[in-house]
Design a protein around this ligand. Sequence first.
Ligand SMILES: Nc1ncnc2c1ncn2[C@@H]1O[C@H](COP(=O)(O)OP(=O)(O)O)[C@@H](O)[C@H]1O
Ligand code: SF4
Ligand SMILES: [Mg+2]
Length: 339
Amino acid sequence: MDKTLNKTQSKTLERTPDRTADQKQGKTLRVEELYVHYQTPAGAVRAVEGVTFSLEKGERLGLVGESGSGKSTTVMALLRMIKPPGRIVGGRVLLDDTDLLALTDDEMRAARFARIALIPQGAMNSLNPVMRIKHQLMDTIHYHNAQIGDLQGHVRALLKSVGLEPSVAEAYPHELSGGMKQRVCIAMGISLMPDVILADEPTSALDVVVQRQIMETLGNVQEEIGASLILVGHDMGLMAQFVHRIGVMYAGRLVEVGPVDDIFEEPLHPYTQMLISSLPSLEGKGVFKGIPGITPSLLKPPPGCAFHPRCPKKMSQCDSVVPTLQEVRPGRWVSCHLY
Ligand SMILES: Nc1ncnc2c1ncn2[C@@H]1O[C@H](COP(=O)(O)OP(=O)(O)O)[C@@H](O)[C@H]1O
Ligand code: SF4
Ligand SMILES: [Mg+2]
């Protein structure tokens, strides 16, 4: 990223005097016992059940798991963007010492983009088709009252930082390729230099080559602004290359969390083991296709360990006692009665 961006964005930085060298070592984000339910006529869909994890400054965490395991709901809950019939029913989301779930709506609005920003699933479709790119970027900044003097310069610098020409500022979304639109969405996500970037399957609609280029850009800008990043996805190859730690979700719960290399080398939870062994190539690269058995209903999850109907290592207590996530080795967290 060039100097212009740093210079124009230093104003944004000034608004967060709490950023100190010390805090860079500390935890940025701590999610504690997060619960999100969707109320449906048939009952509560328990989409997120007691999810707990933390994220260091600058760290990249990958969230993986089958479709419907609660990854997107978790991410949206961190931003407090869960829509009815969904509701956050418990937990804390601590960003340094601030509990985002305890903020007023106005305070939370101010925190979005400035402290925690989303690059949504299918982000490129979230651009306004009748607005020039520069106006969409400027709107985000205006809406959050960020004091940036040279707004045009800031927009140019943002575009440059994600590998786009300044001329893109004048374009309408339909004039851009999918990859370019996705880069615009990344620019929007970093426009106020958030502490945490959430990216929900940011490249799933793009072809593989463009995907890799965009992930590289995302990684570069994330490092440049010193943000932490949560990447939701199901491409394990991409995860292996991109993230530092992986969190595996199953039926609304985190079942394993650990450093990415350790998890690939020696997955501990039976679900993670099946997930890794189902990958098509020897190096563990490729898109996770799913494992045998039926994905559990979150309306009426199986009692005990939700994975027990599919688990080859099931024991007697597994269908009655819910396992808790525990640190079974330094840095390795697993929720399973085997440990
Ligand atoms: N608006 C909704 N109403 C009812 N259930 C929902 C709604 N949105 C999501 N869910 C349910 O919540 C669960 C988690 O979904 P989601 O977070 O989208 O999973 P993932 O991102 O891992 O695919 C799923 O069972 C899904 O069907
Ligand atoms: S708790 Fe039991 S059923 Fe669940 S993953 Fe562990 S061994 Fe399998
Ligand atoms: Mg999702």
